[in-house]
Design a protein around this ligand. Structure first.
Ligand SMILES: *Cc1c(COP(=O)(O)O)cnc(C)c1O
Length: 488
């Protein structure tokens, strides 16, 4: 058998690229829910490549085999579509990346791409590190970035310790992220990007994203947004002009809670003063084929399929959970043991007006139930218990339906005390910057009926009236396991 030549494969890839482009164009005409359900996995893909499987198959394999040396050469020089080795790419992960890129650009003509990572933290590292390289012509020139302090605890550590302390890259901290002047005053010639999280976890900080984007672009630098709490069902920063979005897919997107997943989604042709033309042209493709290939923070295909599966129902879940959260926030607002409730959906929240300009339920205007654009504010809220840190702990310890865990986005309601968990690492002063007092309980409302969540909160809060909560424990589980006490 003679060699077919490398062009044989490259030409086939070019024909395929046209087919895929047309398919995506058709898919892009669909509504949010349709895209969330189908993503980029087509019937053609199922029938021709996946034995007709209606669900995206999981490729639990390290690597791809090639027909001959020509195909291998074309693949490894990235001239044909290939996944080659699962540290670099994998078909199941590709389906996840495809659906996220489509959802984050939904309703706009933004051309986006995505790279999935092993965690939200790896996504943040992937998104920011490409901009923090030293200036080779001027290696002693300092490098800085401007980012709000009201960020996830892990992000705070990555910025404060891994970048600032360990690598000498200055984190210029924006304390009041809704003050545009503060952002602007921190930018200089050595600023590589602007970064913000909105709404922030747990403080629900919010800023005028469109103005921050304008500001970044005026200075020729990219704007990176952690949009984990909003999800594309409520807000799509790329459509507002942001360059890069990071998602802890672990949270609301992959609500079932089977594993940790992250993603970076970027528009094509980002704004940046540093980086190669290839990096700016397609940031995610660049990160996938070069730095992340070499650093290796890739996702497992098993975690990818679990995320894909949960994303299908994103919009209706976020709608329902947002409505329940509003009901619960209103209940807590008038409770005698509660000092303050922080929920962007409450009119009393100082950032309610601003948040209402940004947080819209996707496609509500096409929903027969609503028929117009409606605001939804997500399922993250927090409340301050009267009586200080100990009172908050007593209430927290009394919860019986709401799980005590450092988690959010789950289909089950979960609560945490950030000052002793997610935000313990950053110390008293760091918590002050992020606005996290010791009597704050963060509640992320699940898909249970809100009446049952309210009943649980009611009985837990009753400990502050001096009521004791009685608890008993069975010695056998319903499934037949015996407890340690019985065996003793
Ligand atoms: C959890 C979280 C992260 C980190 O994501 P992991 O998947 O846990 O690594 C980043 N940002 C926000 C807003 C988060 O809530």
């Amino acid at each position: 058998m003679g060699s077919k030549g490398i062009n044989h494969y490259i030409e086939a890839a070019q024909r395929s690229a046209i087919w895929h482009k047309d398919y995506l164009k058709e898919m892009k005409k669909c509504r949010f829910d349709t895209i969330a359900v189908h993503g980029i996995y087509s019937m053609q893909e199922a029938l021709d490549f996946n034995q007709g499987s209606i669900i995206e198959p999981v490729y639990m394999a390290t690597s791809q085999s090639y027909r001959d040396s020509d195909e291998m050469e074309a693949a490894l020089s990235y001239q044909i579509p290939t996944w080659c080795y699962s540290r670099i790419a994998n078909p199941t992960i590709y389906y996840l990346e495809g659906v996220l890129a489509m959802l984050e650009s939904y309703g706009s003509d933004v051309d986006a791409s995505c790279i999935a990572t092993s965690s939200g933290m790896a996504a943040i590292q992937t998104a920011v590190d490409q901009f923090l390289l030293p200036d080779h012509e001027n290696p002693s020139k300092p490098v800085n970035f401007v980012a709000s302090t009201q960020v996830y605890g892990g992000t705070f550590q990555q910025f404060a310790v891994r970048k600032h302390q360990e690598r000498g890259i200055e984190w210029r901290k924006v304390i009041n992220s809704d003050d545009l002047k503060e952002w602007e005053s921190l930018i200089d010639d050595n600023t590589r990007f602007l970064y913000g999280e909105m709404p922030s976890n747990p403080g629900q900080a919010f800023f005028d994203l469109k103005k921050v984007i304008e500001l970044g672009h005026k200075h020729g630098i990219p704007v990176i947004v952690d949009s984990t709490v909003a999800t594309p069902a409520l807000m799509r920063p790329l459509c507002l002009g942001a360059d890069i979005v990071v998602q802890s897919v672990t949270k609301t997107l992959a609500t079932s809670g089977f594993g940790i997943v992250g993603a970076v989604i970027a528009r094509k042709n980002i704004v940046s003063k540093v980086g190669s033309p290839e990096m700016k042209a397609d940031f995610c493709m660049y990160a996938k084929t070069l730095p992340n290939r070499d650093n290796g923070p890739n996702l497992s295909p098993m975690n990818a399929i679990m995320a894909i599966n949960d994303i299908r129902t994103l919009r209706s879940r976020v709608d329902m959970q947002s409505r329940s959260t509003m009901t619960i926030a209103k209940y807590l607002s008038s409770h005698k043991h509660i000092e303050q409730v922080d929920y962007l959906g409450l009119e009393s929240h100082p950032l309610h007006q601003l948040a209402s300009e940004y947080l819209w339920l996707a496609d509500s205007e096409h929903d027969e139930q609503y028929g117009k654009k409606v605001n939804r504010y997500g399922h993250l809220m927090s409340f301050h218990v009267k009586g200080g840190a100990q009172a908050a702990r007593d209430v927290f310890d009394g919860l019986q339906r709401i799980w005590r865990a450092t988690d959010l986005g789950r289909i089950k309601s979960v609560a945490t005390i950030p000052s002793i968990s997610t935000h313990s690492q950053q110390g008293e002063e760091g918590r002050k910057l992020a606005g996290i007092p010791a009597n704050l309980i963060r509640l992320c409302v699940g898909a249970e009926h809100p009446d049952d969540i309210i009943a649980d909160l009611e009985q837990a809060l009753s400990v502050l009236d001096g009521k004791t909560i009685k608890s008993s424990a069975p010695e056998y589980s319903a499934g037949g396991a015996s407890s340690a006490t019985l065996r003793r």
